[in-house]
Ligand binder design. Structure first.
Ligand code: NAD
Length: 379
């Protein structure tokens, strides 16, 4: 079985799907690994490190036709998909629900593809949870970019020139990214408050030394069986927004991470709430790519509003490419172990993780959600 890793071509992308540490493991598990020349360079991994780990480093044109598995961070372009052999497998972030139409070339070529976004969030699949890995990196980096843009410092300092008060940070949404943002802001010395509709998040928030803000939502169920937030009624959302606006008005930094899987991100901060914030305050909207939690966010842009800076970064994990790649690569390697039988490809569609992540199996068995989005019959 041969695995190919390409240099990611998407603008701003600096991650690589496999790092040398994983290559070594895969080679020991009987797999051949081919890496495109320079694929890991932006993430801090040189070709010679891959060679030392047992990979062959070569040009893109030679890699694709020979690959049994193409691993990627972002979905490969159609012209790369066209060069793969008919039995090939693609594994990576394929945006199956956001951009299902882009999967048509691989379905029509009868390829097999696994989207890491669809790996079920079960205990057995934890080591393959690439979404959590990337959310961890994003939550961390969001605080650092806010700190760099804030005209104040984060920690309380007692100096000969007097005392500097700590920054006040408000985190909205206390899932994986939000909790990492809280932990990072606390390490920098900020006073942190956080809000989440899931009551269960309160314990996590408090254990990180932050204050959990509670809203009386009238006892409604806010969490589904999978532990994710449910979409709220307009009234419940409004109650959250009213409370959030009061706390945002006093905050130096607001990091928003609220998402509901498969839906547009909930609006957490209205234009009016942003206008009532202090001049110099910084908002980082981590939900920018799914519609934004802040009314004035523009995806990928910096917006200035009465002295308030609103940042809508689109790919923060790519700005910490070394560790983001390392985590992603470990997730990917755990997934590959499920389909590697002593160096041979063996896809067991009875395995709940393999089946759950499968977008298409030899062009068929199209994932029900993708099939529905594409208007093709569900297998
Ligand atoms: P996510 O990215 O979908 O959402 C981020 C957060 O936004 C969530 O905590 C959600 O409750 C919150 N949110 C949604 N709507 C909101 C609103 N209107 N107001 C305030 N907050 C709102 O979620 P995530 O970070 O990927 O994870 C969410 C949950 O899944 C957590 O409980 C996490 O512990 C759990 N999880 C489990 C596993 C596993 O078992 N393997 C892995 C990862 C995450």
């Amino acid at each position: 079985m041969r695995i190919a890793v390409l240099l990611e071509k998407q603008p701003g992308e600096a991650r690589v799907a496999l790092v040398p540490e994983s290559v070594k493991k895969l080679v020991a598990a009987g797999v051949e690994v081919g890496i495109e020349t320079g694929a890991g360079l932006h993430a801090g991994f040189a070709d010679k490190e891959y060679e030392a780990a047992g990979a062959s480093v070569m040009g893109r044109a030679n890699l694709l036709p020979e690959a049994d598995i193409l691993v990627c961070v972002n979905r490969p372009e159609a012209d790369d998909i066209a060069k793969l052999k008919a039995s090939a497998v693609i594994i990576g972030f394929l945006k199956p629900l956001d951009e299902p139409a882009a999967l048509e070339p691989l379905i029509s070529r009868k390829l097999t593809a696994f989207a890491l976004e669809l790996v079920p969030r079960t205990t057995r699949a934890q080591s393959m949870d690439a979404l959590s890995s990337m959310a961890t990196v994003a939550g961390y980096k969001a605080v650092l970019i806010a700190a760099a843009r804030l005209p104040r410092m984060f920690p309380m300092l007692m100096t000969a020139a007097g005392t500097v008060p700590p920054a006040k940070v408000l985190v909205l949404g206390a899932g994986v990214a939000g909790l990492q943002a809280i932990a990072t802001a606390r390490r920098l010395g900020a006073v942190v408050e956080a809000y989440d509709v899931r009551e269960a998040a309160g314990q996590d928030v408090k254990s990180l030394g932050a204050k959990f803000l509670e809203v009386d939502l009238g006892g409604i169920e806010t969490q589904d069986a999978g532990g994710y937030a449910k979409e709220l009624s307009p009234e419940a959302l409004q109650r959250g927004r009213d409370m959030v606006a009061k706390h945002a008005a006093l905050a130096d930094v607001v990091i928003t991470t609220a998402q509901v899987p498969g839906r547009k991100a909930p609006l957490m901060l209205t234009e009016e709430a942003v206008n009532s914030m202090r001049a110099g305050a910084v908002i980082v909207d981590l939900a920018a790519s799914t519609g934004g939690n802040v009314a004035v966010t523009r995806p990928g842009e910096d917006v200035q509003r009465n002295g308030v800076t609103v940042l809508g970064p689109l790919n923060l994990p790519a700005t910490v490419p070394g560790h983001a790649s390392q985590l992603y690569s470990r997730n990917l390697t755990s997934f590959i172990a499920l389909i590697n039988d002593k160096g041979n490809l063996k896809i067991d569609m009875n395995d709940d993780i393999v089946k759950g992540a499968c977008v298409a199996y030899q062009g068929g068995n199209v994932h029900p959600k993708v099939a529905a989005a594409l208007g093709i019959p569900v297998a």
